[in-house]
Every structure is written in C-alpha cells, then in structure tokens.
Design a protein around this ligand. Sequence first.
Ligand code: IPM
Ligand code: MN
Length: 353
Amino acid sequence: MEMNIALLPGDGIGPEVIAQAVKVVKAVAKKFGHTIHFEEAPVGAAAIDLTGNPYPDETHEVCLRADAVLFGAIGDPKYDNDPKAKVRPEQGLLAMRKKLGLFANVRPTFTFPSLVHKSPLKLDRIEGVDLVFFRELTGGIYFGEPRGRNEQGTKAFDTNVYSKEEITRLARMGFEAAQKRRKLLTCVDKANVLATSRLWRETVQELAPEYPDVKVEYEFVDAVAMRLIQWPKAYDVLITENLFGDILTDEASVISGSMGLMPSASLGTDNKLFEPIHGSYPQAAGKDIANPLGTILSAAMMFEYAFDLREEAKAISDIVNRSLAEGIVTEDIAEGGKAYKTSEVGDWLAANI
Ligand code: IPM
Ligand code: MN
C-alpha cells in the first residue's frame, strides 16, 4: 500500500518522540512491503515562532493532502503564565481539530502486565482493564458561542452547545466500537442538571434500538469519575462530550500506570490524526529521555484506524510489549534498571520489529 503521512512534531519532546515513531513506521513498511511518504509541518509554539500562527495554512494543506497525521505534542511554558497572551499554542490544536473535522477522540485505557504495579491503584482493580473513551472533540464548551468577557472585563462566560447531529455521529462510532468489543456502552453526562446532557441522553436513547446487541448504561459524570478508579473493569466503551472527556481521560490514564504510554486517535469523516495523550513535557525537551511509546502506539492505531492494517498495528504493539518485558525502556519506567535513551528505544524497536 502507498501511504502519505503528515508529521507534526510540535513542541517540547514532540520532535524526539515523533522521530522514534518514524523509525518504527519505516521498519513496519519495510517488513510488510508498504511505501510511505512523509511530509513535515510546524504546529503549536514552534509554528508561532516561525509564522505567528499556531496552525498555519500551509500546515493545514499538508494535513489535507495526507492520508493520516501523526502529531507529537503542543504547549510551551512561556505562554502558560501569561493570561493576556493573544495567541497560544493550544489554539493550534483546537484549530486543527476543528478545521480537519476531527470530531471523535478515541482514547483507550489498557494495562501492560509488566507495568501494572506502577499504577497507584490496587492490582485486583486494574489487572485486565480494557476500556475506551469516545470523546466528542469539535463541539461543546470548547467552541460554543458566545464566549468571552463583558465590557468591564469583570465577568467571563463560555457556552456549552450541542446539536443532535454532533451527538449522533459520535454516538454511532461508540455503538459500532461496542459491537466489536464487549457490547457495553456507557453514556456519560450530567442530565440531572444540563440541557445539553439531556439532549445527549435523548439522542442515545433514540439510537439504541438500532444496536440491539449493545447494552447501554447512562451514568452521571461525577459518578463515573468515582467508579472509574474504584472499579474500572465495569466499563467497555464510554461516550461523552468534549470537556467531560478531557477530564476523565486524564483520570483514566492513571489506571495504566504510565501516561507516557497511552495513544489516541482523532477521527473525522475525511481526516485522521494520531497522537500520544501526554503533553509536551518541556522539562525533558532535547534531553533524549522522553518515553516514545505513546507516540509509537499511536502509530499502531494509525495503521489500524487509517489504513485498516491490523497485522501491522499488532506488530507494533507486540514489539512494544517485548521491549517492556525485556526492560528496553526510558527512565520514567526503568525503576532502577538501565534507563535507555529515547533514541535507543526507537532504534531497538525498529531493529526488532
Ligand atoms: C487534550 C489537551 C487539550 C484539550 C488542550 C491542550 C487544549 O488537554 O488533548 O486533552 O483540552 O483538549
Ligand atoms: Mn486533556
């Protein structure tokens, strides 16, 4: 197969972890006989420095041309403590999601047998956890209008808006995923308080008869926040709005024991983007110490979700599991054993795939 992949390294450790994913993707292509073309473009603080815009038009063109986008991380501390900064790196990420129509953010949480002891949660609660969030990504309070301040600047407001259509397309993805998994769908909302949540619930209830093999549960977001750490095995597929999904997927990442390892996919009708769920980790930038596995597992998701190449995806997750078992890991999970450099982990994975 011939594939065009846009590379958006972004900020902080982004370039280092993307470089390792590229090594692994090239090794997979060689092994399975695919031809891959890469095209790189700036995003985030890196793009602001170059062009003043965190998601420049040229970068958007590169993404549109590509079959899939592999993205590193966004964010730079020099913007974080300046509430008056006119342009922020994160705006690049939000613009990219919106302009590429990436309405579904797929964030799996699973455990690695060799890492379960690193989770702060008790072993019996997390062993074998396998759940996946479908977080709505281009609507809700992140984008709703009006937003801003009153004239005096003494009041601020954001608006949570959802249309039935936005809910339906996300929910359908969740139902379809559940059909291929353990057939349980949890709709996470705050329908006891919010009008938007009541529309979510109503819409999901209307769709449910089309998926008779899927059991649907409705749960309030505050209760899910609790049960997610009490008994995460209760969940299979969870669907939720943008802000709830943002918060709960960070919480869920703790279950696995290492946020550095969790991948994600952001899917639209025409475009697909893959990125680790960790941030730009600026303290580690340029030191060759960041864990590249979240990005490499995101590349595995890319083979599966963008190209329907499951064997290729499995080749990557298998070799990642082997590297963990054999201790070819970066310092964040080395635990007194030898800590390998980011680039060494990438080299080892590419050589052994
Ligand atoms: C995420 C991040 C982003 C979000 C930020 C950086 C805008 O936290 O991808 O979860 O809130 O969506
Ligand atoms: Mn987040």
